[in-house]
Write a protein that binds this ligand. Structure first.
Ligand code: ZN
Length: 133
């Protein structure tokens, strides 16, 4: 009974917010480009901050860094950096996430539920086979 109610609520949210989601996601991509972390030393390149030491001006995307750019801390090449997603997004943004991207947050949970639900069912089935045997 509760599950059904949840599904209906979710369906309503999905219908109500696609446009808003699209807008929020676009804004997210524009305002919070991915940061990259140095696998060697843990230094994080934040596009919003740039890199003073290498004269990279704030707002420079990692993808736009010169090929010769190296980690300002340990001097490894760009290839040693990994994309860690948006970091240090403006604080107002976290609040927007709660409103505009609520459905997006539910989706991974739903996937987990499906996965674990399937696993659980499989496990019960497995057990029942033993019980019958
Ligand atoms: Zn480094």
């Amino acid at each position: 009974m509760n599950e059904k109610a949840n599904e209906e609520t979710l369906a309503e949210q999905l219908e109500a917010s696609p446009e808003k989601n699209a807008a929020s996601e676009k804004t997210l991509a524009e305002q919070a480009p991915s940061s990259f972390e140095c696998r060697s030393c843990g230094y994080v390149y934040e596009p919003a901050k740039g890199d003073n030491q290498n004269k990279i001006s704030p707002g420079t995307l990692f993808e736009d860094l010169p090929e010769t750019w190296r980690c300002p801390v340990c001097s490894v090449p760009r290839s040693q950096f990994i994309d860690i997603g948006a970091v240090g997004a403006p604080s107002g943004f976290a609040e927007n996430l709660d409103y505009g991207l609520g459905v997006n947050r539910l989706t991974p949970n739903q996937k987990n539920l499906l996965i674990f639900g399937a696993l659980g069912l499989g496990f019960l089935f497995f057990l029942s086979l033993y019980g019958l045997g």
